[in-house]
Design a protein around this ligand. Structure first.
Ligand code: G
Ligand code: G
Ligand code: MN
Ligand code: NA
Length: 254
């Protein structure tokens, strides 16, 4: 309860901010996108991890307001990137279940796009695999409505949830994000590569793009390239950065 109160205050006092982690084309190594990630710096200067406060925000419903703010800031930042000559950079934004379930969400999304002037094809919503399963029927209806705006959709943490294959075929998603737990084991043994390999093949069959998250070294990147994975995100390429350092990084990595 105390942490939730502190979170409310931090949100009201604008002590939440976004960092952006590059996503690259595995073969060329060039940036193709970024993921917006929320950060909270407490009054003592220490960071509180999103893994701690996002679940709290979800249970309390505060995530609906926070999520709207995240979406608006991320859209504005993509529009700024476009002005700076990085219009091709896709902006991935995490969306929590209560946000998605909120009847106003399609409206909130549309307004964030309009107000920022961002090209909606450069906005990608990340929904978690568990959400995709639990909310399958609801998602089926909502996703189509959201996609009318021109955005794309990725399934985050893919491979952790044993999703049924039938929903993947029905849902209009564009990309699967291989969970970093699998990427972490990919070079351990032949077995370690089996799930990523399967996900990549599944993506190919279903016409979905694949991005691997949590890539931390060259061996992992090379293995993923060998498996036919297109895109990656992880500390090997870049850590999440604040807007100005990210722009510098993009300029240096053009
Ligand atoms: O940035 P970090 O790796 O610490 O993020 C930890 C978790 O918090 C991840 O699962 C990520 O999806 C989630 N997260 C980060 N930013 C946001 C956000 O803006 N909204 C939601 N719903 N989750 C986020
Ligand atoms: O669940 P989601 O994909 O939204 O979470 C992204 C989280 O993964 C962020 O908190 C980010 O800080 C973290 N992350 C990004 N790259 C790496 C990496 O290479 N290794 C590890 N351990 N975490 C990473
Ligand atoms: Mn994510
Ligand atoms: Na993830």
């Amino acid at each position: 309860v105390k942490l939730l109160q502190a979170l409310r205050q931090a949100f009201d006092n604008e002590r939440l901010f976004l960092v952006y982690q590059p996503q690259v084309d595995l073969v060329t190594g060039k940036a193709i996108g970024v993921e917006a990630l929320i950060r909270w710096r407490g009054e003592d200067g220490k960071f509180i991890a999103p893994d701690r406060f996002i679940p709290l925000a979800e249970h309390s419903g505060l995530i609906v307001s926070i999520g709207e703010w995240v979406l608006r800031v991320a859209c504005h930042y993509q529009a700024k990137l476009t002005q700076q000559g990085f219009g091709h950079i896709r902006m991935a934004v995490n969306v929590a279940v209560p946000q998605f379930r909120h009847p106003r969400f399609p409206f909130v999304l549309r307004r964030a796009i309009q107000d920022s002037g961002v090209d909606p094809s450069k906005i990608e919503l990340e929904i978690t695999e568990s959400m995709a399963m639990e909310e399958a029927d609801f998602l089926l209806q909502t996703l189509d409505k959201l996609k009318e705006t021109g955005i794309s959709v990725a399934v985050d943490d893919f491979g952790t949830g044993f999703s049924s294959l039938s929903y993947l075929q029905k849902l209009s998603v564009d990309r699967l994000k291989i969970d970093r737990a699998f990427v972490n084991e990919i070079t351990d043994s032949r077995r370690g590569a089996q799930i990523p390999e399967m996900v990549i093949q599944l993506g190919r069959r279903l016409g979905l793009q694949i991005i691997a998250e949590g890539v931390e070294d060259k061996a992992q990147a090379d293995t993923l390239i060998g498996l036919g994975c297109q895109e990656a995100q992880g500390f090997y390429y870049a850590r999440p950065m604040e807007p100005d350092p990210l722009l510098d990084w993009l300029k240096a990595n053009r």
